[in-house]
Write a protein of this length. Sequence first.
Length: 607
Amino acid sequence: MPLVVDEGRGHRSVLVVGTGEIADAVARRLASRGDLRRLVRADHAENGTAAAVSWREPRELTMGVRYMAHTREVRVPSWSALLAAAETGTVVLIAAGSGVAGVLGAMRLLSACRQCATVRRIVVVSDARVYACGPSSPSCVGEEAPTATSSKAVRDLAEIERLARGVEQSGIEVIVLRLAPVVGPGTDSPLARLLAAEIPLKPTGYDARLQLLHIDDATAAIESALTATVGGTFNIAGSGVTTLGQIARQRGQRPAAVPHPLLARAARAMGVAGLSGEDIALLRFGRCLDTRRAATVLGFTAAYTTAAAVADHLGSRGRESSWMGLPRPGEVARTIGRIADTATALTGLPRPGEIDEYGFDPEFLSWCGKRVLEPLFEGYLGLDAVGLDNVPDTGRAMIVANHSGTIPLDMIGLGYALGFVHPARRAARVLGGDLVGAFPYIGDVMHRLGCVPACHDDAARLLAAEELVVVCPEGYKGLGKPYSQRYRLQRFGRGGFVRAALLSGAPLIPAAVFGAEEFYPMLSQARPLAKLLGVPYFPITPTFPWLGPLGLIPRRSRLSIEFGPPIPTAHLGPDAVDDAETVLDLCDQVRAWIQDRLDARRGETGA
């Protein structure tokens, strides 16, 4: 597709501003185009002025073939002079990794673009680090998500994006591309080097989802932005996700687990310096980008999946050589990996399978259901699931349940009832609190079982995919209430779950969970200790913490789950989300049904 230009002047000159492997790769790709009049590379000095300008113009070869040839290095007094001299029509600003000088350079460059009559488009190459990455962040992030303020580097990126959008008022079209971590031949970021390190490292207790982008796809996305007819912000990433554990197994190794506060130091000892706080947060909690807008509006889809990008990245690093006849650390890691594979096969432990963008692993769920959950709920505790015929075999639905029991065994039991007792064996996508992902090991296990962060974005996306979503509006207030308040529902909030159902047209199915209050009768929340530990409560039960780990064994209490008749919402339409009376009425209707069933069960059992 030809470049979008000002037809009156025919400007086909492109200015690429920035350094690094992405800027180099973009310049090489654009140099192969035959429709460019001029390609200019520039960087910015510490005070933001133009520096290190290289000038390329096409030369005509035989048979009418054109190519971009390096002609000269030039010096210019200002960005305005450079834009005018090159008759620049499009500016590509590589913002990622530019630092303070990048912000100053962007301020000067964008100011010059406002005053330049030839500039028609600005493409800002940003980074997905502008999105927050934590236990409460959405599993799959869309372009509308707010930007983070976790570090100065991230704030600088967000500031450059803001400055670029301000230029739109001058009639210049602005496209912002937020790239996933870039890997592939020639990439040298700390994360790219960590993925290819001789001994793979990962944070202890975490094996987060990673979505990556091949450098060829990064340059292809930038080229697509040059020829697109629309502006805006777009997420750019390869399809699919992987984990550090899967990358290590792809190499026949096992990753070495390092406590996350020490991960940067351990990586530095392995020759991988420069891991930032954002990199470590990504390795703990993961991030997946919603790229649907890039596919539908920009017309771009990455050629490399995340798995293919990793394979090419690892393949480009070459093989290890021995040192004085001794095996390299990577060979030792592969030996450990073979021993671990043998131990896994002998013990019958599950092998990590393929996960989706939310971290769900169907193979792991199946193994846990047969080996752990069935003995727990069918044998030790006992489970009664009533009204399963109210849960549809297919299609979207939102199940709204009460929450109790100090430790969320009630939701694990509800998920077991839907996934293994329901005739259609439906996977329940339970919306969990931020502590689910914050704790090492626990968060990884829960995500593989189907738990996702309790946020509106994930709920809406799952319902749109015809999934079965489970929500507990009481949250920690219900889970951590004292035993003296058992089976008394806490406040259901402002009806956020109702709004998610209305937007998708999903029916609301109330579920009353009885028997979980007796698992761990909470005598005290120990609030001073909980505040010190940064948790909502610290449970004091008849057995915990007095018996240590044995205190985590639940008391035998039969778990009863009753699913109520669905409450339809599709007839109300998505506009009903703005009707507070409708939202609160539906919320009260669900809450009243659950409380009535709990009261009835208490009367039947005398609890």
